[in-house]
Design a protein around this ligand. Structure first.
Ligand SMILES: Cc1cc2nc3c(=O)[nH]c(=O)nc-3n(C[C@H](O)[C@H](O)[C@H](O)COP(=O)(O)OP(=O)(O)OC[C@H]3O[C@@H](n4cnc5c(N)ncnc54)[C@H](O)[C@@H]3O)c2cc1C
Length: 545
């Protein structure tokens, strides 16, 4: 279905085939990483589509939908996995042993319903697929039990903004739209969803809702949940459409059932989303926390900011290693990247008070003061160009997934895991989680690093995000990764955190999600699944068995 001449998505790694570091940059990355990890690294060749030996499809598309389905190797390979470390390793090795039997590209809700009807009768698994950026095994096409085959349902043809309600500042949007197309459609109206996960370019509205993704706002509107006004979901038992409301106390919310359902209860086809006016005022500042306890003092500043009611849009605290890696710091200081935005008012007073709070917590304030912009021209994922530490951090942030593909080809283990925990527990939690992971890295890889940043902050706690880098043994990386991942997941749950703040559950987090969620609640979800998906065809194993 993809035009072979077009600049198409990589079938195994991040983003577009034509993008990412060139040969000279790859060599630069190798040298830097050799220095950082103290190991010699070798870059393996990237996989070629022509070299893949995909298993034969076990089932054929139904005649009525055949024109919307593909059995081509590019589509089957490209829909085999998401984009977790494990996925990219398998992709880079050319291991595509469980591709979908075919990929369906529904053009409208009628196609979605027809495919679900057919699949229920034919006992075929359906995996809803948005941008395929899942990092938790959420779109994997495993065939288990008595099923006859697996179909990946790619929703990216449902890609339009259908209606805009300017008075209520909301829009009805199809679920398969990718981030940039969504923002492009809203821009002429002076509006924005302003939900920018790092995967923004290659993930969809439906995927964000199905995984409860976390976006650009560091405080206040952290998850996509906050922007959903109503939604429409096609289940094997029929459609479910919630009423558009600014708020409601009418019993348990239907939207809450489908938010985070990860393709296991129905296919989200469209949603009414709450929008924002495009910001025209911005203020940003970088505050440094020097010394061995810099990160904890920075955390104290973030706690005070979160409880102040100022609601900064950006409030990313990077530990010294994270700051060094992204070019935002020198390696001996934690860095807080702080920002405010508004479409309505200047932000000097907000920033002045925030800097006062940071100063009280022992932060070194920028010598030249905060950067304040009025009527800045909004563009791209994060708006206007940023300079200094904030700009360096943002550029590194957007390039990181492409760099990870290169690191995978060098057998470097690079895992990220994220969580949230209340402030009262944070210092001990951070110490214990870091120690458990560092210990696992030492045991499994000999050396390596674990770093931390805050992605989101709340009055009652923070969402720390940890990054692991370690030299792997080529051929054994997945076993090494699994041991580190298990140690991290055990530590998160044991010390009172959540198994995920915004990366979702998928297959990879399932054992720890089962510990976290109350047992009776799990059984209530099973009952909902039986009602909505009696044939159990939708993404079995994710959230619900
Ligand atoms: C480099 C990188 C950076 C990332 N950064 C972030 C981040 O900043 N914040 C964040 O929250 N996440 C992030 N993620 C994780 C991922 O991007 C999110 O989980 C995202 O919401 C997935 O959207 P998607 O459209 O790619 O969904 P997919 O990966 O295609 O699917 C994810 C899950 O949702 C289900 N699903 C997809 N579409 C639908 C639908 N229409 N109806 C029902 N179910 C559906 C799938 O079955 C699957 O279970 C990142 C991932 C990568 C690789």
């Amino acid at each position: 279905m993809a035009d072979p001449g077009a600049d198409r998505r990589s079938f195994w790694g991040w983003g577009l085939e034509s993008a990412g570091p060139d040969a000279a940059q790859q060599d630069g990355i190798r040298k830097t990483m050799e220095q950082r990890l103290g190991a010699s690294l070798e870059l393996a060749a990237a996989p070629e589509l022509d070299d893949l030996a995909l298993p034969q499809s076990r089932i054929a598309p139904p005649d009525a939908l055949a024109s919307r389905c593909s059995t081509g190797p590019y589509d089957r390979a490209g829909h085999s996995y998401g984009k977790s470390y494990r996925d990219v390793v398998r992709g880079a090795r050319g291991d595509f042993s469980s591709p979908p039997d075919f990929v369906a590209f529904p053009q409208d809700e009628g196609d979605v319903a027809a495919l679900l009807d057919w699949a229920t009768d034919a006992q075929v698994i359906v995996i809803p697929y948005g941008g395929g950026s899942s990092v938790v095994g959420g779109v994997e096409c495993l065939l288990e039990g008595d099923y006859r085959g697996v179909v990946s349902m790619d929703l990216t043809r449902l890609d339009r903004v259908l209606e805009i309600d300017r008075a209520s500042r909301a829009a009805r949007i199809q679920a398969g739209i990718l981030g940039p197309a969504l923002e492009n459609a809203l821009r002429p109206h002076g509006l924005t969803l302003r939900h920018f996960p790092q995967s923004f370019e290659f993930s969809t509205l439906g995927g964000w809702i199905a995984t409860r993704s976390g976006g650009h706002y560091a405080t206040l509107y952290t998850h996509i949940d906050d922007f959903v006004e109503g939604m429409r979901v096609i289940t094997p038992s029929g459609p479910v459409e919630s009423r558009r409301l600014p708020g409601s106390g009418a019993g348990p919310s239907p939207d809450r059932l489908f938010l985070g359902s990860e393709g296991s209860l129905g296919v989200i086809t469209e949603a009414w989303m709450r929008l924002q006016d495009r910001p025209t005022h911005r203020a940003s500042a970088t505050i440094r926390f020097v010394g061995a306890d810099g990160f904890l003092r920075g955390a104290e500043a973030v706690r005070a900011l979160s409880q102040s009611g100022l609601a900064p849009t950006n409030c990313r605290l990077l530990d010294s290693g994270e700051a060094l890696q992204s070019g935002a710091g020198r390696g001996d200081e934690s860095v807080l990247v702080l920002g405010f935005e508004s479409a309505d008012h200047g932000l000097q007073a907000w920033m002045d008070r925030a800097l006062e709070i940071c100063g009280d917590a022992g932060g070194l304030l920028p010598e030249d003061g905060a950067q304040i912009q009025h009527q800045a021209k909004a563009s791209g994922a994060g708006g206007a160009q940023r300079e200094g530490a904030a700009g360096a951090w943002r550029n590194a942030f957007l390039q990181a997934p492409y760099v990870r593909d290169v690191l995978v080809r060098m057998a470097v283990i690079c895992e990220t895991f994220e969580t949230a925990v209340t402030w009262d527990r944070f210092p001990e939690f951070h110490r214990e989680v870091t120690a458990a992971v560092q210990n696992a890295i030492g045991r499994v890889c000999g050396s390596g690093t674990v770093n931390c940043r805050f992605t989101h902050a709340y009055p009652d706690g923070a969402a720390p995000y940890y990054s692991v880098m370690a030299p792997g043994r080529r051929g054994s990386e997945l076993e090494q990764w699994a041991e580190i991942k298990a140690a991290a997941s055990e530590a998160l749950i044991a010390h009172g955190g959540t198994i995920t703040h915004h990366h979702a559950v998928g297959r990879d987090h399932r054992p720890w999600y089962d510990v976290q969620r109350p047992d009776l609640f799990g059984r209530a979800l099973d009952a909902a699944k039986r009602e909505l998906d009696p044939g159990h065809i939708l993404n079995p194993g994710v959230i619900i068995d």
